[in-house]
Design a protein around this ligand. Structure first.
Ligand code: ADP
Length: 409
């Protein structure tokens, strides 16, 4: 499966993530295994050295000093009792010549550990020779080999497990990115599509005017009006897109106390004449005082967008009521209409950018109105929700928290 989003390959990213996980895990496991190995070898080493030192000291105790030379007391019991099957003692004179030996004699330095101690004459304090205690370390090497095999198998199994875990983690990490890229691609396609229609209208009108040899002022005026319409539409759309793009910015510098009743009443007054002209009654009921915190223009924009929709989707003879209600934790603005309503299967989608139930019945709408209303409400720590019955009417409710939306800073 190769998912490509504008040159972005998610499978490649997944592989790269997995490779990084595996490099990190391998390094961590190898370091841990090496630490265990060295700690174990060190403990064994110290244990063997301690045993050999005991043995060498016993070897020194069995030395008899005769003048300047030394002799070994073969009957000295401590040597024999200290010697095990795998140990040996060797005594050397000052020139390094072997004087005597007991038990095992070392012949393979690899599998033998040894400790050499000087023999000093207790009377003169002079060095009279050396004693070497030796031990066969075959069993210890076998322990270390067994431990190394265990560590190797354990590391491989852990790597296999972490490889599988890493794959799941990499998939999980990439999935939201994949979704974001898909949304971005759809958004870019929708935005370009929306900009294309007015742009095409402007281009064809201008080209037709340029081609016409005969100039008719009335005809030219209509063409200029068309061009201006297209330009206005594009400017509205780019304004909306910019507003949406900035809707996740912090409100920190725009935090004003907004009088909701005054804001809604002003929006109603701005719209009243066209509602009257369309034969739609428009009313307001409000619990006063009602306030919200944030950007006054943006709060007015939320209300305007909802009124715009209520006007667009309510037939003549219908009514639109706006109600401002206060609850303990939030203040609500409900815009209810007796319009065409929204089928339940569309309720989740109406807040999506550029989504329109029926573009034919939404002339002039770009499908951004509700997306903007919701994004701005969320920017203010609130939300916009809807309840609707198809053919009966819809109610859009904007909720603002009664406290300033500090959690966003
Ligand atoms: P538009 O610019 O198309 O109105 P909106 O985002 O404002 O875009 O609305 C998206 C869609 O939701 C509309 O196309 C319409 O189908 C539906 N809609 C929004 N408000 C209403 C309403 N008050 N009554 C019925 N349908 C509505």
């Amino acid at each position: 499966m190769w998912a490509t989003d504008g040159g972005f390959r998610t499978v490649e990213l997944e592989r790269r993530l997995l490779r990084s996980y595996l490099i990190v895990f391998t390094a961590a496991f190898c370091i841990a295994a090496a630490a265990v190995h060295f700690a174990f070898v060190n403990i064994l080493d110290r244990q063997i050295t301690a045993q050999l030192e005991d043995l060498a000291r016993a070897g020194i105790r069995s030395v008899l000093f005769v003048g300047n030379t030394i002799r070994i007391d073969e009957t000295e019991i401590s040597n024999r009792s200290l010697l095990t099957q795998d140990q040996g003692l060797q005594w050397f004179d000052t020139r390094g010549r072997l004087i005597a030996e007991q038990g095992l004699s070392a012949n393979d330095s690899q599998n033998f550990g040894s400790v050499t101690m000087p023999i000093r004459n207790p009377r003169t304090g002079k060095r009279s020779g050396t004693v070497r205690a030796t031990q066969w370390t075959g069993p210890e090497h076998a322990y270390i080999d067994a431990l190394d095999i265990g560590l190797l198998v354990g590391t491989l199994l852990a790597l296999l497990g972490s490889g599988a875990g890493g794959l799941v983690l990499a998939r999980r990490a990439v999935r939201p990115l994949e979704r974001s890229f898909r949304t971005l691609r759809e958004f870019t396609a929708d935005a370009s599509h929306e900009l294309r229609s007015p742009l095409a209208a402007i281009t064809t009108t201008a080209e037709a005017a340029l081609r016409d040899a005969y100039r008719d002022p009335e005809h030219d005026r209509m063409r200029f009006e068309n061009i201006a319409d297209g330009a206005r539409q594009m400017s509205r759309l780019t304004g909306d897109l910019l507003l949406l793009a900035g809707a996740d910015r912090s409100l920190e510098r725009e935090l004003f106390v907004v009088d909701l009743v005054a804001t809604v009443a002003a929006a109603i007054e701005r719209n009243r004449s066209r509602f009257d002209a369309a034969g739609i009654t428009l009313g307001l009921t409000a619990e006063e005082p009602a306030t919200a915190y944030g950007n006054p223009d943006q709060i007015a924009r939320i209300v305007t967008n909802l009124l715009e929709n209520a006007f667009r989707y309510t037939p003549s003879g219908g009514s639109v009521t706006v109600e401002i209600r206060k609850e303990p934790a939030q203040t609500l603005i409900a815009v209810s209409d007796t319009g065409i309503g929204i089928p339940s299967e569309h309720l989740e989608r109406i807040f999506d950018r550029f989504w329109r139930a029926d573009p034919v019945r939404s002339p002039g709408g770009s499908g951004l109105g509700l997306a903007i209303a919701r994004a701005l409400a969320r920017r203010h720590g609130g939300d916009v929700t809807v309840t609707s019955r198809y053919g009966v009417g819809s109610t859009f409710v904007v909720a603002f928290p009664v406290r300033p939306p500090l959690s966003r800073f």
